[in-house]
Design a binder for this molecule. Structure first.
Ligand SMILES: [Zn+2]
Ligand SMILES: [Zn+2]
Length: 223
């Protein structure tokens, strides 16, 4: 972010009074002031804990090229392949093995195993990806910043959550083949809380998945 951009944002924020119950209005006001700079504060939900996060997004660059100052061409190619694996999977995850195997079909300079592992840890450090037990998911930052790009590139693959209407990657899916709606895990937890026999909110079939617990907000600092 340039000095001028930072100054502009500071001024936009300072000039806006904020009442805690009017957060959405506050964000709208700031966004109208940020618009001339093609910047926007966008809201997104963590697919892990269901908490809302806000990110300042440069709307002039919503695709992967925004990362080109930090990553080489072949690294971006591998990130694209990782996005393909995650977005086109059923559960919103890609295993490290699948990512390593996808280096075989690289068209730019092919990456060695150690280079790939180093890149993946950088992507996690920079909060584009999250990792748990060798499985990679899109981080909240990535979902908020890349959503316009993902919606354009993967039109046929993406689905929105039936409850919150946000794009859904890590989620549960209705097993009725004529229904197949997706619900985020935290949205499942909230929606089915206290219901003795969970049924799909769309087709009313029995919901056969394990219902996760509603997570407490003490995990707020985690992404
Ligand atoms: Zn949801
Ligand atoms: Zn259903």
């Amino acid at each position: 972010m340039s000095k001028l951009q930072r100054l502009f944002i500071n001024t936009a924020v300072k000039r806006t009074t904020y009442a805690p119950d009017k957060l959405e209005d506050f964000i709208d006001t700031i966004n109208s002031r940020l618009q001339p700079m093609f910047m926007q504060i966008r809201k997104g939900m963590s697919e892990n804990n269901g908490l809302q996060y806000y990110a300042l997004v440069n709307m002039a660059e919503t695709d992967i090229t925004r990362m080109s100052s930090d990553y080489a061409d072949n690294e971006l190619e591998l990130f694209r392949k990782t996005l393909d694996l995650i977005v086109c999977s059923e559960n919103g995850k890609a295993s490290s093995t699948d990512i390593l195997n996808s280096t075989d079909s690289m068209t730019t300079r092919k990456m060695k195993k150690s280079e790939t592992e180093h890149l993946l840890s950088r992507l996690v450090h920079d909060k584009w990806l999250s990792e748990k037990r060798g499985e990679y998911t899109l981080s909240t930052r990535c979902i908020i910043e890349m959503e316009p790009y993902i919606r354009t590139m993967y039109q046929d693959h993406i689905k929105v959550c039936h409850i919150c209407r946000n794009i859904a990657f890590q989620c549960q899916i209705c097993e009725n083949p004529t229904c197949g709606i997706k619900i985020h895990n935290p949205c499942v937890a909230r929606y089915f809380k206290g219901k003795s026999e969970p049924r799909c909110p769309s087709c009313d079939d029995f919901w056969p998945h394990e219902i996760p617990e509603v997570k407490r907000p003490h995990s707020q600092s985690r992404r």
